[in-house]
Design a protein around this ligand. Structure first.
Ligand SMILES: Cc1ncc(COP(=O)(O)O)c(C=O)c1O
Length: 433
């Protein structure tokens, strides 16, 4: 029995079924590569689901964490606060879009950041309703499950969910949903289901992550900003997956030139250490009474030290430009592949958040979840870690670390072509050539 097979059996016996995993049991990782329990090397196009934008174990992140561990590892910011938390808040207040005073609160996970953004918006507006979007993903806690617009695997069997959450269509040109149709759907909601004057917040991922890397059109985001201004609604950009340089800008909403009231972030912020944040207009962030926000671990000093190093690395290694470069190379590769293979119906994304959609027939665009799963399996056999996404589980997403060396990216893309060709049943060299 291999070590991986043994770990798989032990995992099945000791860990609940609901905690889904791949079969790769990691023992070591470095930048864009990792090694499993049997010594097999993998190229990592998942980056811990968009967490390792700065790569596995970036030396500056490791050094910052080691230094902080020499000083103190936890006190709880509410009990004995520390300067590094305040300084990180100052740094995020400066980089989050918006030419107005801002404040930042630190938490542990993306879901917790979203929960707090909703709490803050409700407190500030004294309203209860929240609007989210079809295909959106915001986490696995009760409120964030309610906000999520994808039933499997996130919602089935876990209800009832908190009330006063409404879903509107997210524009998806490939699926025939235009900006106008999505706006008409919001109008329908405002006339049929919820008074806009009762809405505390609209929350949107400017680029949907789990939903299939659907990029919100610029005119749609601008129209949302206008609607929020008209009705006194707080606009929340969920940048948990698309933020922290992933799309070629610090926050993905910057591509649209739209300024949200609150931004949620996590994943890439901690460079591999659990940290999330809500940053936004000071007047909104300050609404809640002392003690109403926070938690035991939020803004843990080790994670805060890692985040300072992450921000330094993004600046010193120009990771926004690197994201654009990595994304362009991925797109060109996938577009060439799509010209040869009709199973690739669409290639899309923003910066280094790139995905391709698998269909049974390019005319009917019927989703092909089986082919998608087969591509992931073939890639893994060949040493490449990929993730799927999309409400029909028929989209493959590429989320390589932004620090990936060009040679490793080339190698990973070649494996990707082979995996697609093998899963589709075409000779690899014919597909790749
Ligand atoms: C856009 C978005 N929001 C929220 C979350 C939830 O983050 P976490 O898993 O850290 O709770 C995710 C996670 O994938 C996400 O992509």
């Amino acid at each position: 029995m291999t070590k991986s097979a043994d770990l798989k059996a032990r995992k099945a016996a000791a860990v609940p079924n609901g905690v889904g995993t791949k079969g790769i049991y990691v023992v070591k990782a470095e930048n864009s590569e990792l090694w499993d329990a049997d010594g097999r090397r993998y190229i990592d196009f998942a980056a811990g689901i968009a967490v390792l934008n700065t790569g596995h174990r970036h030396p500056r992140v490791m050094a910052a964490v080691a230094d902080q561990a020499q000083a103190f590892t936890h006190t709880c910011f509410h009990v004995t606060p520390y300067e590094s938390y305040i300084r990180l808040a100052e740094r995020l207040n400066a980089v989050v879009p918006g030419d107005f005073p801002k404040k930042t609160l630190f938490l542990n996970s993306g879901a917790e950041a979203v929960e707090n953004a909703i709490k803050i918006a409700r407190y500030y507006t004294k309203r209860s309703a929240v609007i989210a979007f079809s295909g959106g993903f915001h986490g696995r806690t009760h409120m964030t499950m309610a906000l999520t617009g994808k039933v499997m695997p996130y919602k089935r069997g876990f209800g009832p969910f908190p009330a006063e959450v409404y879903h509107a269509e997210f524009p998806q040109p490939y699926r025939g949903i235009t900006t106008d149709q999505a706006l008409a759907d919001l109008d329908r909601l405002f006339h049929g289901d919820v008074d806009p004057k009762s809405v505390a917040a609209i929350i949107i991922e400017p680029v949907q992550g789990e939903g299939g890397f659907n990029v919100a059109p610029v005119d749609f985001l601008r129209a949302l900003r206008k609607l929020c201004d008209e009705h006194g609604i707080v606009l929340i950009a969920d940048e948990v997956q698309g933020g922290i340089a992933r799309t070629g800008k610090m926050f993905s909403i910057e591509h649209a030139g739209v300024v949200p009231d609150l931004v949620t972030m996590a994943k890439g912020l901690g460079g591999g250490f659990p940290l999330s944040a809500v940053t936004g207009r000071a007047a909104i962030m300050d609404a809640a009474h002392p003690g109403g926000l926070g938690g035991t671990y939020g803004g843990n000093p080790i994670c805060i030290a890692a985040a300072h190093a992450v921000l330094d690395v993004i600046e010193s290694e120009d990771l926004c430009a690197k994201a654009t470069h990595v994304g362009q190379r991925m797109r060109m590769h996938l577009e060439a592949l799509a010209r040869k293979l009709p199973c690739i119906g669409d290639v899309r994304g923003l910066g280094a958040m790139v995905a391709f959609e698998l269909v049974k027939d390019p005319k009917t665009r019927e989703p092909d979840a089986e082919l998608t799963a087969a591509i992931l399996a073939h890639a893994e056999q060949r040493g490449l870690i990929l993730l799927s996404c999309g409400t029909s589980a028929n989209v493959v997403r590429l989320l390589a670390p932004l620090t990936i060396p060009d040679a490793v990216l080339t190698e990973g893309l070649a494996i990707l072509s082979e995996a697609v060709a093998a899963a589709y049943g075409v000779e690899a060299d014919r597909a790749v050539a």
